[in-house]
Design a protein around this ligand. Structure first.
Ligand SMILES: [Fe+2]
Length: 319
């Protein structure tokens, strides 16, 4: 158990101690002044000879110095307190942000486990989305659209793109062979199911821009540039930019990793397939950015790949 003196000492930091010293010196001066007044003028002159003819001015300077120390130490004390509060607030925000990211990733993985197993598809998707958005932000055309907040939001929300798969029956979702038209119609529902689920969450929580972005990605990530996609058959720039970015990232990841219906293609093979879909499946501008970043995509793929579950012997070998 701490002694009371220890508790008291802890309360006074350096700034407080300086204030006390200042007050003490001021009282000391007033005490000396009162004491000197007791003496006769001759005696005062005696002290003037010791301290100098301007002894009064010297005391004034000391008072000003004491006041300056008191004021300065108080200001420093307030600044220190504010800095400490700001640091604590930032740390709380960082912890909250990380907790939110982990929760979203956990929920998205629950949906993903149903058909993609225990791989790291979601971790790669968000990295791909982030580097595309960062590169596109350099284009003045997107200056007002792709802001740092947009990049942060797409990084967080991209992993929710397939969350609607939880509503698709196993018999269809996990069917190894070719799907009938009716079965494919069932698969298509995951876009609206996911979008509606995020929309419902968004209505409960105000000011969460990543949910608005997550919703538009979930609804639109299977739309195609030429209008042949689903669920609404949007085309061109009617498809939200976020969904155009995720469409490419999602297809690249599907091509380069093993799925229960296919083996993994090499980076080069996948790159060529994507180039061939320019202007039909993919936004030409997003695709151009992908070509600039192709080596980065390959690096992210290799760094985040679970070789055992996601990369079997590729069907094609690099040239
Ligand atoms: Fe999907």
């Amino acid at each position: 158990m701490k002694k009371p003196s220890e508790k008291i000492n802890k309360r006074f930091n350096l700034a407080d101690q300086m204030v006390l010293i200042g007050i003490f010196l001021a009282f000391l001066y007033w005490g000396l002044e009162a004491f000197l007044n007791v003496f006769s003028p001759e005696e005062i002159n005696f002290y003037r000879q010791i301290f100098g003819p301007n002894v009064s001015e010297m005391w004034m300077r000391l008072i000003v110095l004491c006041l300056f120390m008191i004021f300065g130490s108080h200001v420093q004390h307030i600044i220190n307190k504010r800095k400490k509060a700001e640091t604590e607030l930032l740390e709380s925000y960082r912890k909250l942000h990380n907790a939110r990211m982990a929760t979203i990733l956990g929920l998205a993985k629950l949906a993903e486990y149903r058909d993609e197993g225990t791989g790291t598809h979601l971790e790669r998707i968000r990295e791909y989305a982030k580097i595309i958005a960062e590169e596109m932000a350099k284009n003045p055309k997107y200056a007002g659209h792709i802001t740092p907040e947009f990049i942060d939001d797409i990084y967080q929300s991209s992993i929710l793109h397939d969350i609607g798969k939880v509503g698709i029956p196993d018999a269809v979702l996990l069917k190894p062979g070719r799907l009938s038209d009716e079965e494919f119609d069932v698969i298509k529902r995951h876009t609206n199911l996911g979008g509606d689920a995020i929309k419902a969450i968004e209505m409960q929580i105000e000011g969460q821009s990543f949910l608005a972005l997550g919703k538009e990605i979930a609804y639109n990530h299977h739309e195609k540039w030429d209008g042949s996609g689903y669920p609404r058959g949007l085309n061109g720039e009617d498809i939200p930019l976020s969904a155009r970015i995720i469409a490419l990232a999602d297809v690249y990841d599907a091509l380069t990793t093993k799925r229960f219906y296919k083996e993994a293609y090499t980076h080069e093979k996948s790159r060529q397939i994507i180039i061939d879909l320019k202007g039909t499946h993919f936004d030409p501008e997003v695709l151009d950015v992908f070509l600039v970043l192709a080596d980065e995509f390959d690096r992210i793929r290799l760094e985040n790949l679970d070789e055992e579950t996601e990369l079997m012997k590729p069907l094609t070998q690099p040239n």
